[in-house]
Design a protein around this ligand. Sequence first.
Ligand code: GAR
Length: 196
Amino acid sequence: MKINIAVLVSGGGTNLQALIDSQNSGIIKSGEIKLVISNNPDAFALIRAKNANIDTLVCNKKELGDKFEDSLIKALEKNNIDIIVLAGFMCILSEKFTSHFANRIINVHPSLIPSFCGKGFYGLRVHEAALEYGVKVTGATVHFVNEIPDGGKIIMQKAVYINEDDTPESLQKRVMQEAEWKILPEALEKVCKELN
Ligand code: GAR
């Protein structure tokens, strides 16, 4: 039996695309993406999911307010989801949610944790901080999600060298291409395989 996977997104969805491509190429074989949930109704990630014939759902945090996480839980349980992947999901989840799915939520973060992570470090801001600090190596991390933002057990990491002329945008692109799109599918397959 394959592990049922849900992917939570907020924006462009290039990491979701990497997961879809890896499912098609057989890198992900122990699980199957059953559902994509976005908190943003305009996320391009939703179009990527639809193009791949994957069910989609929008859970709008602004509209749902206090009921946001309950709506997520309801949808995930209704679809018998075993593993949740946060792939560019820009909402912090409460302890109530993370403990409900303990060791079943994974996240990709665009730095080598414990550098440039935690509350306020997301998207381009992570790369701006790395360049501002002047580190010469950055990368990406896939980790389990617990109640501490970016604080759960690390599953996989990959380093990326910073170039003299990097901008936050060029660095973001390289970290995605060289690290995130590789380790997210590999880590997801590893977690699904271990659950099987
Ligand atoms: C990715 O770089 C992801 O690592 C980052 O947002 C981007 C989403 O891109 N996530 C975080 O910063 C979470 N803390 P995508 O929508 O194209 O996958």
